[in-house]
Write a protein that binds this ligand. Sequence first.
Ligand code: SAM
Length: 281
Amino acid sequence: MSLTIGQALRQAGRQLTAHSHSPRLDGELLLAHCLGVNRSHLHAWPEKTLDAAQQHYLEHLLARRRRGEPLAYLLGEQEFWSLKLRVTPDVLVPRPETEILVETALELLDKGSPRNVADLGTGSGAIALALASERPELNIFASDRSAAALAVARDNRRRLKLDNVRLLLGHWLCPFGPRSLELIAANPPYVAADDPELEASVLRHEPRQALIADGNGLAELLAIAHQARDTLRAGGWLVLEHGARQGQAMRQLLTTLGYRDCTSRRDLAGLERVSLARWPG
Ligand SMILES: C[S@@+](CC[C@H](N)C(=O)[O-])C[C@H]1O[C@@H](n2cnc3c(N)ncnc32)[C@H](O)[C@@H]1O
C-alpha cells in the first residue's frame, strides 16, 4: 500500500521516538531527503503519495537511524558555521561546540592582514572552511593523517569554492616548517576510552581515531602543544578544543610548556570547551 507524505511522517516519528532526541524533525529530514524536496514541501503536500522506491529508501534510512547511525551520515551532509558540508563515515560529524573554536580564532586574527593559519585534524574541513569563508585573505592549511578524511575535505573545498585552503597529509605539525604559522587551531581526539559519557552509538559509527585519545584524553592535545612550540611564529596563537572537564589541565599544561596568556572559553552551558595561549615572542 502506498503511503501519503502525512502518513509517512507519522510512521517515521513513531518509529524514531525511542531512538532519537528529535524524532519528528529526524523523520521530516529523512523523508525530505528521500523525496529530494525541502521540509516545507512536506507540509504543503501531505496528501501526495510516495512511490515504491521512495518508500523502500525511507524504510532503509529509518532502520539505520534506529540503529543509532548519525542523521548527518544518512543525509550525507551537516551544517556548520552556515556552510553545508558533505560528511561520510570517514569523518567526524562537525559539532556545534566547535564553532566556539572558529569564533575564537577569528577574534585573534587581525582583519585584512594575510596570515598563515593551520587547522590540524581537519576531518570534513569544517574549521578551515569556516575560517576561509570569513577571511579570504588568510592562507589556510588543513591537515589530517587520514587520506580518506582529506578526500572529504577536498570535496567540500571544491563545492564551497574556498580556494584559499591547502590540504596536507600528515601527523599533526609534521607537514609544517619551523616558525611558519601565526595561528594553529585544532579539534583533536580528546575523549578517554573509558569516559562514561561517551555514547556507545557514537563510537560504533564515528571514526575511533577522530575521538579517542590516551592519557585521560589529553595525549593528542599534549602532542600538538609540544610540537607547536617550534612551528608558531613569535606571538602566534594556539587554539585547542577539548573536553568539558579538561580546561584546567590544559591551562596548566600550556603554562608548563612555556606558553603565555593561557585562558579558556566556555560554551552556553558554562563549560570550558576551548583553551588558547600565545607562544612568547
Ligand atoms: C575530533 S576530529 C575533528 C574533525 C574536524 N576538525 C571537526 O572539528 O569536525 C579529529 C581529527 O583528527 C585527525 N587525527 C587524529 N590523529 C591525528 C594525528 N596524529 N595527526 C593528524 N590528524 C589526526 C582525525 O583523523 C580526525 O579527522
